[in-house]
Write a protein that binds this ligand. Sequence first.
Ligand code: NAD
Length: 315
Amino acid sequence: MLKSRKIAVVGTGLVGSSCAFAMVNQCICDELLLIDINEEKAKGEAWDLTHGVPFMSQRTKVRTATYADCTDVDVVVITAGPAPKAGQTRLDTLGVSAKICDSIVTPIMESGFNGIFVIASNPVDIITYHVWKLSGLPKNQVIGTGTTIDSSRLKNFLSEHLDGIDTRSIHAYAMGEHGDSQMCPWSNVSVAGKSFLKMREENEELAKIDLDEIVEKTARAGWEVYNRKGTTYYGIASCVTGIIKSIFHDEKKILPVSSLLEGEYGENNVYTGVPTVIGKNGAERVVEIDMTEEEMDKFKKSNNVLREYMSHIGY
Ligand code: NAD
């Protein structure tokens, strides 16, 4: 008997419903379960999504569910959490987000769930660590969206300086906290295998780019969207869907998700954005890229920012 592919999305607000829409459009699973404390909202989303299914290339059965239904779910996506209000940072929502996660992860684990958690709720690195601790699952089964969205934003800014080259042909990572302290290891950025720093040596226009400014713009890009439309959701929904596709198809794509470090980069006991091989076992391996001393210093500082905030919820 074939087993159907099941995803549960917890939190059907703007991020959760956008994730669900991307998943149904890209036909990545057979069954999509929607869970929200606001059951009527989840029901409305399930119906709305179902009404579009006749126009998709494959059928996805979308319905509302309870935590008890997560027993045989392959991937649970957590997007429940308060969207930050104007003037707040993602870290300001930590206490509330952590409490919400307690009420979600405990019953899911009681259902017998043994799949993979993909966390988008902010502050994502710390919430992912919290879910890892609460669930008791091996680290490969708990993944945060980390700096996937930031890396995408970074590539978009770089593309603007590179005659519009496709962002998928640019290798560049934002790493560390999904937040203000994130950094970019420029010594690793490449286009068609050519080092970006080398390209700068050979091109006056590229040499003029202020790299620190690009990192700052990348970290602020979410707020630039926020200032114009009140919040962000399509970009992160695409990241979540991409992560799950890499799991389901065992793609072994390297994505800068939030992974637990246990010795990699000389760091321990912190979930942070690092290039990670994503395959059928979830976060299969952290890739340790070479960094200059200065880059490593920035990366470690960012991890220390995360540790400081972890201590606010008792870690
Ligand atoms: P939203 O307010 O639109 O939706 C949140 C949903 O969570 C609501 O439907 C609410 O009913 C539900 N919810 C609240 N408490 C719950 C509980 N205990 N159990 C189940 N459901 C519960 O917010 P949003 O814009 O969708 O953002 C959700 C989260 O995603 C926030 O933490 C936000 O910061 C985060 N986010 C992350 C990224 C990223 O890059 N990782 C990007 C955008 C947003």
